[in-house]
Each structure stands twice: as structure tokens, then as C-alpha cells.
Design a protein. Sequence first.
Length: 190
Amino acid sequence: MKDVSIPEINIRGNKLEGLNNGGLSPSKRSILAFFAGGNHGPIRPILFKHWKRKDQDIQVYEYLPKGLSYTDLMRKSKYCLCPSGYEVASPRVVEALYNGCVPVLISKDYVPPFSDVLDWKTFSVTVPIEEIGELKKRLMGIPERQYKRMQKRVVQVKRHFELNSTPKRYDVFHMILHSIWLRRLNVRLW
């Protein structure tokens, strides 16, 4: 039996409005991949070693330079890198979905939220830690048509990660309840 993997959602300023931003259409996203975040945990130092300030297509920052917007960069990116830090989960996965950016999961033993219902292979990319150095080659190798299908799927599934002050059908509240219910169905009592 698995635990229920719950998405981590970062609420800024105690407001739910404005979390679900959208982003540019796939053809207008000029950045191949983007990441900005602290250098902690075992995976991020590897990411920084290979990509920090090394390639304009894969923009990796520990700290965003003044004048750059985290949200704007996500909205302009085809893929958003989601490496684990000290924790396996990160709000970055949900932020990527909110901004129409295909998440690239870089982790060890990460079970994506609602994976019992959602087929993450259809709207995300999983990259093993050993292949971080081949990230650009891997992402560039995804045909444009496949990327557009994944991005379209991101737009479709993000409703399952929306947090509403009054829960709405199929939002994150209902998805969590559904996941717990599925676990309960599979529990055997002596």
C-alpha cells in the first residue's frame, strides 16, 4: 500500500486568486527550460554544476538577477525543471502546471501527486539524476508535436491542482479525498 502523495502549493500573501496564471501559447515560449531555487539537497548541486550560467536555452539560477520575474520566466518556458531539494516534493511542480509549463521531474523516489488517477507521462518528463548533464539533449529530442500534446495536457490537468476557497468539482480538495478513498478501498483489515 502507498501513502497519498499530496501536492505542495505555495500561497503567497494568503490569497488564492492569481495562483492559476496560465502562460504563453506553446509557439511563443522562447526558453527551453527554466529553474530558480536554492542550492540544497543532493540533486540541485548537480544541476547547478552542469547548467548554472552555462546555456541560454536552459536557464538555471540559484538567485534570480534583479529585474527578472520567476513567474514570467515560467510562463515563457517550455519546460520547468523540478529538482528535489531537501524534501522530495516541491511547490515548483504545481507552479509549473499553473503557468502552463511542462514539469521536468528530477528526483529519487518521488511519487507524483494523484498518480493513481493521472498519467504523469502524458504531461511531464522524468529525468534520472544521472542524466542531468544530458538535459538539453533529452529535451531537444522531444518532438515539437509531442511537446505540444504534453503542454495541452498540462492545461487540462491543472484544474486538479487548483485550490479554491470553496472547493469545486475535481479541484485539489476533491482529488485528495479521492486518493484517500482509493487507499481505503485497498486496505485489508485482519
